[in-house]
Structures are given as structure tokens and as C-alpha cells.
Design a protein around this ligand. Structure first.
Ligand code: WQD
Length: 337
């Protein structure tokens, strides 16, 4: 019997890649998205890529009546919750909007799932919950740390909400997938990251410099205690990340209780390494200048990935060069949208 997977926020960068993986496998997909940070035509592009069209509802996840309709019209087996604001810098400027949106959507989702006896949830969490104090490589048994921005705190708080819900209802099955730095795009070049306005994150900024939208990249600090002085991150290809979600569906189908699992490669790559790899694999220039450090940034952030291998039988396979090639292909297509 084919399972139906509900993807709140599924029109976004990560969600659309998970939808593509599910549609090419034996799942039915229902996407609900308010399109505040995504384009509606991603549904058409998913159909082009996979030959199958997901069911799509444009709705605010905090709208209980809208969710009630979705859960009534569809028999949902598993929910993968991507819906939420995710710009770190913006969260510092608009903390109340971030807490209102990210927590409200989650609480409304949990209430609706309970009303329809839907017991399996995968949550889009983040390595940012490890905070500033934990040593790298991060392992899931470490305590969550003090986050450096409201966006990170919403992820940390939601993990706690889900953990408490699993204590109260032992039949729930919840996996919090802690993403490291998702980059890249589907090999078709038809879906990818579309940040609103000036990109906060490194890879979309690099691709916009390479294509000429931005003049040069500011490298935020080269005086960190790292091999080349620039920040080191665990960049993971978004398609590897998406496949980790498919593996997590199998896990929540067979287990109950709350788990957190790192989705990374376990390898660190510096900012300048990424810039140079991008330029060389794509044969393009990426002008940059060294700028002051960005507040809240860590020198190192990368994963221990043993638990994902052990519990999910999953590990990342794509290389940094793949991430750079696929990001560049997407950037060139995105220009035409
Ligand atoms: C990576 C490195 C910067 C931009 C954040 C969130 C995380 C997740 C991913 C949402 C750092 C440097 C960046 C630029 C630069 N968010 N950089 N110039 O901060 O590791 O993680 O995004 O899903 O939860 O915390 O990602 O891409 O912003 O920065 O030098 O223009 O690139 O200093 O070392 P980050 P990032």
C-alpha cells in the first residue's frame, strides 16, 4: 500500500528536493506551502522532473481550518515538517515574527496530527542547535547549546516541544534531522535554492557573484583558527540530504519515540576551499575580498555521522565538486524564471 507523505513547506529548497525523491519512489506526496519563500511553479517543475504531480495546497500552516481540510481530504501516513522562516540575520531583526511563525505552525500541525491520529513526524532541524559550546564533530548525545540567533532558538525549542510530546504519547515516532550546510541542486537544474533578496548563505552568494548579479563575495574573516583562516563547514549536497529523509521515513515507520540524527558528510570544507573549487570546476571567476568576521559565526561546524549510518543505513555520497557543478547549473536556469 503506497504511503502518503505530507510536506509542510515542501515547495522550498529542501522540501522540493525531498518531494522529487519521494515522487520517483512509491510514495504519494501532498505539499502545503504559503509560498512566502518559494515559487508555485516548482510544482510544475517537479512534474517535469519525475513525471508525477504532487497534490498542492497553498495555505498558512498556522491556519487550523486549512490543515483540518488537508488531513480530512488526504490519509496522511508521515509528515515531514519543513515550514518555517529560516534567515538567520532576519530572525535577529524580527524575533517575534520568527517565534510566532515557527512555533505556531508546529503547534497547529501537532494538534491537527493528534486529531487525526497521525503519529509519525520528521522535523527539519539544524546543527545550529548545538550552540557555541559543544566541541566538533558534533554528536547527537551532546546537550543542545545556547543558540546565537532567534532562528536557531526556534529549532531548539521545537525539538524540545517534540521531545515532550513523545513523552506524553508513547505511540508517537519523531525524528529531528539536524542539517549541516545544505548546498547544490537537483541534477536536472530545474529546482534549487531561491533566496529572497541578498543571500545570507555562502553558496547562493557565490553563484550570484559568478553569474554577475553581485559584484564580489565578502569572505567573513580569515583570522579563524582554521587551516586557511576562513570558516569551516560541513557542506552536504541537498540531494544526499533528501535521500536521508527517505531513509528516515523507513525509520519512523518501524520505531516509536524521539530521535535526533545529524545529516552531514562528517567532513569540513573552508569558505575559501569552496570558492576555489566552485571557480575551478565551473571555469568561472568568483571575485572576493576579505571582510570582518560576521557576529555569531563559529570557526568550525561539522558532524559526526555515525548515528545516521547506524539507524538509517544512510551516508552522504556526493562530493564538493558535485555541489558546485549542480549549484552553478541551477543558478543559470534560475535566471530564466
Ligand atoms: C557559511 C560560512 C560564513 C556568507 C546557517 C545556519 C544554519 C543553516 C545554514 C538554514 C560561514 C561564510 C557566508 C557570505 C561568507 N540555515 N560566509 N560570506 O552560518 O554556517 O549556517 O546557514 O537552514 O542553520 O546557521 O551558513 O552559508 O551563512 O555561512 O564568508 O556572504 O560562509 O562566515 O563561515 P552557516 P552560511
Amino acid at each position: 500500500m503506497r504511503q502518503t507523505i505530507l510536506l509542510p513547506g515542501g515547495a522550498g529548497f529542501i522540501g522540493s528536493h525531498v518531494a522529487a525523491e519521494l515522487l520517483t519512489r512509491d510514495y504519494d506526496v501532498v505539499i502545503v506551502d504559503d509560498l512566502s519563500n518559494a515559487r508555485g511553479d516548482v510544482i510544475d517543475r517537479l512534474e517535469t522532473i519525475t513525471g508525477r504531480r504532487p497534490v498542492f495546497y497553498q495555505a498558512d500552516m498556522a491556519d487550523r481550518a486549512a490543515l483540518e481540510r488537508i488531513f480530512t481530504e488526504n490519509t496522511i501516513d508521515v509528515v515531514i515538517h519543513f515550514a518555517g522562516f529560516k534567515a538567520v540575520g532576519e530572525s535577529v531583526q524580527k524575533p517575534v515574527a520568527y517565534y510566532r511563525n515557527n512555533l505556531d505552525t508546529t503547534l497547529t500541525l501537532l494538534e491537527t496530527m493528534a486529531a487525526h491520529s497521525v503519529k509519525r513526524l520528521i522535523f527539519s532541524s539544524s546543527a545550529t542547535v548545538y550552540g557555541m559550546e559543544n566541541p566538533v564533530p558534533y554528536t547527537e548525545d551532546m546537550p543542545r547549546g545556547a543558540c546565537t540567533n532567534p532562528y536557531g532558538w526556534t529549532k531548539s525549542m521545537i525539538e524540545q516541544i517534540l521531545s515532550d510530546a513523545c513523552v506524553a504519547d508513547r505511540s508517537l515516532s519523531v525524528v529531528c534531522l539536524r542539517y549541516f550546510n545544505p548546498v547544490g541542486a537537483h541534477e536536472s537544474g530545474l529546482i534549487g535554492e531561491m533566496p529572497n533578496g541578498i543571500p545570507n548563505n555562502l553558496m547562493p552568494y557565490i553563484t550570484q557573484v559568478a553569474v554577475g548579479i553581485r559584484k564580489e563575495l565578502s569572505v567573513f574573516g580569515n583570522d579563524y583558527p582554521t587551516p586557511d583562516g576562513t570558516g569551516v563547514r560541513d557542506f552536504i549536497h541537498v540531494v544526499d540530504l533528501a535521500r536521508g529523509h527517505v531513509a528516515a521515513i523507513n525509520y519512523v515507520n518501524q520505531h516509536t519515540g524521539w530521535e535526533s540524527i545529524n545529516l552531514g558528510t562528517g567532513r569540513g570544507t573552508s569558505v575559501l576551499e569552496l570558492v576555489h573549487t566552485f571557480a575551478s570546476v565551473n571555469g568561472v571567476e568568483v571575485p572576493y575580498r576579505i571582510a570582518p568576521r560576521r557576529s555569531g559565526d563559529l570557526a568550525f561546524c561539522y558532524a559526526n555521522v555515525d548515528k545516521a549510518q547506524r539507524l538509517l543505513g544512510w551516508c552522504a555520497e556526493k562530493t564538493v565538486a558535485d555541489m558546485c557543478r549542480d549549484s552553478w547549473r541551477w543558478q543559470q536556469y534560475a535566471e530564466t524564471l
